[in-house]
Design a protein around this ligand. Structure first.
Ligand SMILES: C[S@@+](CC[C@H](N)C(=O)[O-])C[C@H]1O[C@@H](n2cnc3c(N)ncnc32)[C@H](O)[C@@H]1O
Length: 301
């Protein structure tokens, strides 16, 4: 089990007490000047994000969906292939592997009775994973100093917390329609003291015209497909395309805009609104490529 701050400090003091008196000044000098600790401090942001995920895991049921989102739960149950929601911010692949090994979950279902074995289950995640967040902030987006970022449908806050630790954006807004998820994000923001740069609004994005008009970056990770019926999706996309208009601002979407809009009746000319910008998806190991390839970047014309 890993130690908390106080036990860690005590262990270090115990080590120092055990060092020969003549060697102690030498050791302390090394501790004050060495770069051997860099590997611990440079990944500090990852450690805090993992700790936030751990905190959220303890406040949510395993499936990380709430009774206040019946429509989304129904949508999941209506998928043609058996599909379960595993939140990728809360559970990374290693976490899922250990749960499978412990028999607490299965990657498969039974073709005849639906309970276990033989065919793979479809997994979807309603949040970005840590790898996707790193890709987003370290490879997709430019330096965000002085910029306003808006995450449409911020849910657990993964994009907001990622923006805090992996970017220098001073104004990070999340807009989330579900009040329960807003409360959860607010608990984390206050516990980890993130409120100077992160604000969460409990609202339908269609009430936030001014915020969208002023944003330099708008993030939309599969916001509507699993949460709204098709006519509502069409209405919201029209609103987005009318208000995300600041010339040169950036729009990040999962999946590609063409995919989100293809089945909907939305009256808009994509080529007059945005220009797709190419991304390099091979900056992380091969196993992450499939997820990263869903991420698309556009510049507003
Ligand atoms: C797939 S999650 C995105 C989570 C988060 N942005 C991330 O990438 O980790 C989509 C969220 O959008 C919210 N949502 C759906 N329609 C919305 C709307 N019209 N206005 C605000 N939030 C909305 C849902 O409640 C859901 O929590």
């Amino acid at each position: 089990m890993s130690m908390d701050f106080y036990s860690g400090r005590q262990e270090i003091l115990n080590v120092l007490k055990g060092v020969r008196a003549g060697d102690l000044p030498h050791l302390i000098h090394w501790m004050k000047t060495t770069s051997d600790f860099d590997e611990f401090t440079s990944s500090n942001d990852d450690v805090i994000l993992r700790s936030i995920a751990e905190d959220l895991r303890q406040r949510l049921p395993f499936e990380a969906m709430l009774s206040s989102e019946q429509f989304a739960i129904q949508k999941l149950n209506q998928q043609t292939k058996p599909t379960i929601h595993i939140d990728a911010f809360l559970y990374d692949d290693d976490c899922i592997d250990s749960l499978c090994e412990e028999g607490k979950m299965s990657r498969n279902f039974c073709l005849t009775c639906g309970s276990s074995h033989t065919a793979p289950l479809e997994f979807i995640s309603h949040s970005f994973s840590l790898v996707e967040l790193k890709f987003l902030y370290q490879h997709v987006l430019p330096d965000l100093t002085g910029k306003v970022l808006v995450d449409v449908g911020s849910r657990l806050g993964a994009v907001l917390f990622g923006g805090y630790f992996y970017s220098s954006a001073p104004h990070i807004y999340g807009v989330e329609i579900n009040p329960d998820f807003c409360k959860l994000q607010d608990i984390i923001i206050s516990k980890y003291q993130l409120s100077e740069r992160i604000k969460v609004l409990n609202a339908d994005i269609c009430t936030q015209a001014v915020l969208l008009q002023n944003a330099d970056v708008v993030v939309m990770n599969n916001v509507f497909e699993y949460f709204l019926d098709r006519s509502e999706q069409a209405r919201v996309w029209k609103f987005i395309s009318e208000n995300v208009r600041k010339k040169g601002s950036l729009l990040v979407t999962v999946p590609a805009l063409e995919n989100s809009l293809s089945d909907l009746q939305v009256d808009m000319q994509l080529s007059q609104w945005v220009e797709a910008l190419p991304l390099h998806y091979d900056v992380f190991p091969e196993e992450d490529k499939e997820a990263l390839e869903q991420i698309h970047l556009y510049r507003i014309l």
